[in-house]
Ligand binder design. Structure first.
Ligand SMILES: O=C(O)CCC(=O)C(=O)O
Ligand SMILES: [Fe+2]
Length: 212
């Protein structure tokens, strides 16, 4: 299966490669992030199922005293008792469907990690986006692994180093899987930027482990 990896270093250096990557301990101590990308991870594009069946919400977000709709739709799926909140938005929990469990199982097998929740995002066109952030909510613990499955049209995903400002862009295509390993969330921000050109609809499923 086609696989890309990106070793991220704070000293303005990113190495990137295709195929397998073996951690070398001397290198590891300088690493400030690690990303894996599988462009063709899923056999089927589940976009239509996800668009129709997930319990999409249009929430409002208040930033610096101004309230606006979030620039995308979203929803939360998780194990019983596993709730999620970000940017002061409390997301009601939905139960996993068998289709979602199948996607989650495939990812857990690849990442060798268990996830108990998933934040789904639906970008209706190029004007929907998610701004710079890291997935660093306290409930995710200090070293989260985040796995992001993409369906539908491609969108650019950018990463920015908190200290050096270094930028990396990856075009996330439908049926792909992106894994952000620790300590990526601590040292890097990420976003799906707004796009002025026409963009097909896209859905991302971001799997997390929430500590209770
Ligand atoms: O849509 C994506 O690929 C990224 C979404 C994201 O960063 C998030 O849900 O935290
Ligand atoms: Fe994120």
């Amino acid at each position: 299966m086609e696989r890309w990896w990106y070793s991220l270093f704070s000293a303005n250096e990113v190495s990137m490669g295709q195929g397998s990557f073996v951690f070398e301990s001397e290198v590891e101590s300088f690493l400030d992030g690690m990303i894996e990308y599988y462009p063709n991870f899923f056999k089927d594009d589940e976009f239509s199922y996800l668009k129709e069946k997930l319990n999409w919400r249009k929430d409002l977000i208040t930033i610096f005293g101004k309230t606006n709709p979030i620039p995308r739709l979203h929803c939360w799926y998780g194990d019983q008792g596993i709730n999620y909140e970000y940017s002061n938005i409390h997301l009601p929990r939905n139960d996993w469907s068998s289709e979602l469990i199948k996607i989650k199982d495939e990812i857990e097998e690849k990442v060798s990690t268990r996830f108990n929740g998933m934040l789904a995002n639906y970008y209706r066109d190029g004007s929907d986006y998610v701004s710079w952030h890291s997935d660093d909510e306290k409930s995710l613990g200090p070293n989260p692994t985040i796995a992001c499955a993409s369906f539908g049209g491609p969108r650019v995903f950018s990463l920015k180093n908190r200290k050096s400002g270094e930028l990396i862009k990856i075009n996330l295509q439908g049926r792909s899987l992106l894994i952000m390993h620790p300590p990526t969330q601590r040292e890097w921000l990420h976003q799906i930027p707004k796009s002025k050109v026409f963009e097909d609809e896209r859905i991302s499923l971001t799997f997390r482990f929430v500590h209770q």
